[in-house]
Each structure stands twice: as C-alpha cells, then as structure tokens.
Design a protein around this ligand. Structure first.
Ligand code: GLN
Length: 473
C-alpha cells in the first residue's frame, strides 16, 4: 500500500488526478455503506475541490503536501460543507458556518474531506454504540465493536475508503478504535492541535488526532494539523517539528518504561502475552526495558469520569433548543422549551453524564468529588513526570481486552468505563500517545500504547515506527 506522502507526490506530478482518487474513495464509501462508518458523505464538495486542484496543477501551481488525498473527518469537527451532528439527534440538522482550524489546515495542504464519520454521541463512549445513527461495524469482524468514540474514523480507514482520517480523543477515543480496528492512532499532546471547531466534550482533555494504516501516514497527516492558533487559547506556542523526520532512526538504546500497575489484574492473558512478546522483540533489537511506577494510575478512571462529566455538563448547556437545532414544539414556557428539547434531543448516556457532572459540581459535593479529582489529576501528572526521568517512553496495552461483541458492554457501564483504564490517565496528564497493532488474535488485533513526554511526539513516533517494522504481523 502506498503511503499518503507517495500518493500526494503522484498528484503533484500529475501522474494521478485528485479527481480519480476522490471518485475511487466515494465508490468505496458507497460499496461499504453497511459498515455505517459515515454519517454524511461530502460527494459534491469533494469532487468540486478535486477538480479545482487538478486545474491548479495543470496551470502550473505547486500543490500542498496532502494534494488530492481523500480524508474522513469525525463528525464533531465542524466543516462548512455538509452538516456536523456529533452523532446526536439534537444536532442532526446542524450546519456549521465555518471550518475548524484543523480542517482549514487540511484544506490548505490540499487534502479533500470526503465524509463525516460516525461516533459515540458527543464523543461519550468507547464503542460508538451511543451514536444516534447506529453503531459502525468493525471490518475485522463485524460482530465486535469498532471501538469509540471515533469508531467511524477508524472504520473509514480500516475498510479502505480513505487512507487516513481525523478523530478526537478525550480519554482514549482515537487509541481505542485504532486498537479495535488494527490501525495506528495518534493522540498528540494537549495544545498541539487547535480545538477551534472541535465541538467541546471536556475542554481540558479534548484533542484532535489522526488515524492511518501506518505510523508514517498518521505522522504525516499530523504534520498538517498542528500549530498555534489565535482562536484557541489552550493551543501551544511551541515549534512543530516534522513528525516523520525520525521515523527510520530505530529503537536501539531507547528506554521503555513498563508501569508495574498496568500489567496485573484485569488484563486479559491473551492481550498480556501479545504485548510481552512484542516487548521481547524490541528488547532483542536493542531497546532497554525498565519497570516504572505510576501509583496514581488506579484512580485515573474515577478522576476522569468526574472531571469529564463536570466539563461536559457545562459544555452541553448550550444545546437549549433556542440556538443550533432541534427545538421542541408544544411548549408553554421557556423552561419547558429547554427541558423538552434536551429530553428529546439527547440520548441516555449523554443525559446520564450531564446529571453526573452537574452533581459533582453542585454545592456540598464539589469538594468531595470535583476537587478530589483535580488533586488526583495533579498526582497523575507528577507520577508521569517522575517515570519520565527513568525512561524515554512508557508502554501499556491500549485496551485490557480484545474488542468485545457489539452490545456486550453497552448495558454494563462499569465494564465500559474499565475499558478506558489504560487511556484516560494520558489525557489527564495532557501527554501524547499512540496505539498500533502488534499481534493478531484470530481475526482480531491487539493494540499496544506508547505514551510520550509532553511535546515529545517525535521520539514517541520514532519508537512506534521501529516497533511497527519489528513486529510486522
Ligand atoms: N471512553 C471515554 C468516555 O466515554 C473517552 C471518550 C473520548 O475519548 N472521547 O468519556
């Protein structure tokens, strides 16, 4: 399979046209409709953009690094083309008047958005089953979850409709679907990519990132969407290196930290042995394995679900039936309008989280829950900082189990939330992390997570790329 960099070069040189790439992608989207990866297909705007690009090339213009590359975009990242639903009934007719900064950057690089992908409602979930549009199916095995919340973005790549896509990750939503669908997923450091135009779930945790078939593709796409943005005051004013520059530098001498808290109870033996086998391969190639400790890890899921729901309860208050979309009829007064529009427009998981978040922020409970969770968050950051004095990257499984069957954990919130055990601490600490396939188990894939130092994506991706080469499966 060619990398997206190679394909873009062919478009730049005129060897292939952007129009043919888009036509091919749209045909594949149509053929794989049953997987339910897309909520909207942007056929008209994509074709128009592709033709425009081909004309510009023929006129002698130099095209950008993603020239003609069809890209799928998670449906919580706003685009002026088509609608942006966030997987929710309440926004089912919402059309954004502007493009998110990440989308603007993609367009400026010559990429072509071909569709908006299916997701858990407002990115709340790990299986994509809370989508108001039905769950996407995993191309590796249609009976198991595709992972979430960016399930559609993963399925779009895994089924070959696009070579790369954008997702968002608040507590694992890129890494988990990447793991379930056998792909590479990268969640950058908090602040790396502007959140302007990413519909907010939990603003202090949300981050846009990329999916690809290889580390090279995920890193290459990331190159185009990073950087400071005056529209997002949490976006970081740090230089953006070329994330592909160190991919071939190997793993020799790199110190890999294994948190002792991450390989014990709750980890499916099959996943454990696949990860350990991969780590042995890395060790043979010259990587150094070192045990580290993140003692606060055990509190991460609890702290995450307090902080994420607290922020969500505030962020989602804007959907009031007055602005955006979906307004209830037959209401007598303003309060009734709010209550009815929200009751009808939001799904069960979203309602549950708004209630939980409102509760943990309410007077009398704030100190017991929200403040405690913030303290745990600080401890997690400190523990990671300490671990990174002894290693270059930290390794864990991405998920504690192989992807479960569709429906199996949907009705068991505890099982679902525990599935986030390896991913949420990373967002609480604001660190970059990746997931990549390292072994097969029957039709399914096992994902390994690397966690990097803040703004250490280059080193993280170097280690990930070396692992990809060494653990080809
Ligand atoms: N599974 C986590 C949640 O439901 C993370 C979701 C995400 O990263 N958007 O909150």
């Amino acid at each position: 399979m060619p990398t997206i960099a190679e394909t873009a070069r062919k478009v730049q040189s005129g060897e292939v046209t952007a129009e043919s790439l888009v036509t091919d992608s749209l045909a594949k989207i149509e053929a794989s409709k049953g997987l339910n990866a897309y909520i909207s297909v942007l056929a008209d705007s994509a074709l128009e953009r592709a033709r425009g690009l081909d004309k510009r090339r023929m006129a002698g213009e130099k095209l950008g690094p993603l020239a003609g590359i069809p890209i799928a975009i998670k449906d919580n990242i706003v685009t002026s083309a088509g609608r942006t639903t966030c997987g929710s009934k309440i926004l089912s007719a919402f059309k954004s008047p502007y493009d998110a900064t990440a989308v603007e950057l993609l367009l400026a690089s010559g990429a072509i958005p071909v569709g908006k992908t299916n997701m858990d409602e407002f990115a709340m979930g790990s299986t994509s089953e809370t989508s108001a549009f039905g769950a996407p199916k995993n191309p590796l095995d249609e009976g198991v979850i595709a992972g979430g919340s960016s399930g559609g973005s993963a399925v779009a790549v895994a089924s070959g409709t696009v070579a790369a896509s954008l997702g968002s990750d608040t507590g694992g939503s890129i890494r988990q679907p990447a793991s379930c669908c056998g792909l590479v997923g990268v969640k950058p450091t908090y602040g790396r990519v502007s959140r302007y135009g990413l519909v907010a779930y939990a603003s202090s945790l949300d981050q846009i990132g990329t999916f690809g078939n290889s580390v090279a593709d995920a890193a290459y796409l990331l190159n185009s969407v990073c950087g400071w943005d005056s529209h997002d005051n949490t976006s970081a004013q740090v230089a953006v290196p070329d994330f592909t520059a160190s991919l071939s530098k190997g793993i020799k001498g790199k110190i890999i930290g294994l948190p002792k808290e991450c390989f014990g109870v709750g980890l499916q033996p099959e996943v454990r042995s696949a990860i350990m086998k991969a780590l042995e391969t890395l060790e043979k190639a010259g990587a150094v394995m070192r045990e580290v400790s993140i003692p606060s890890f055990q509190y991460a899921v609890a702290a995450y679900y307090v902080i994420a729901t607290a922020e969500a309860s505030a962020n989602l208050s804007r959907y009031d039936g007055v602005r955006y979309t979906s307004r209830s009829k037959d209401v007598k007064d303003l309060f009734g309008l709010y209550a009815k529009s929200r009751s009808e427009g939001f799904g069960e998981e979203v309602k549950k989280r708004i209630l939980l978040g409102t509760y943990v922020l309410s007077s009398g409970f704030y100190d017991a829950y929200y403040m405690q969770a913030q303290k745990v968050r600080r401890l997690i950051t400190d523990d990671f900082n300490k671990a990174f004095t002894a290693c270059d990257v930290v390794v864990t499984p991405t998920m504690p189990t192989l992807p479960p069957k569709l429906g199996a954990i949907y009705s068991d919130p505890m099982a679902q939330y525990l599935g986030d055990i390896y991913t949420v601490a990373v967002n609480l600490a604001g660190l970059p992390a990746s997931s990549q396939p390292v072994a097969k188990s029957g039709k399914l894939s096992v994902g390994l997570q690397f966690i990097g130092k803040a703004f250490g994506e280059e080193e993280l991706l170097q280690v990930a790329a070396a692992t990809e080469t060494l653990c080809k499966n």
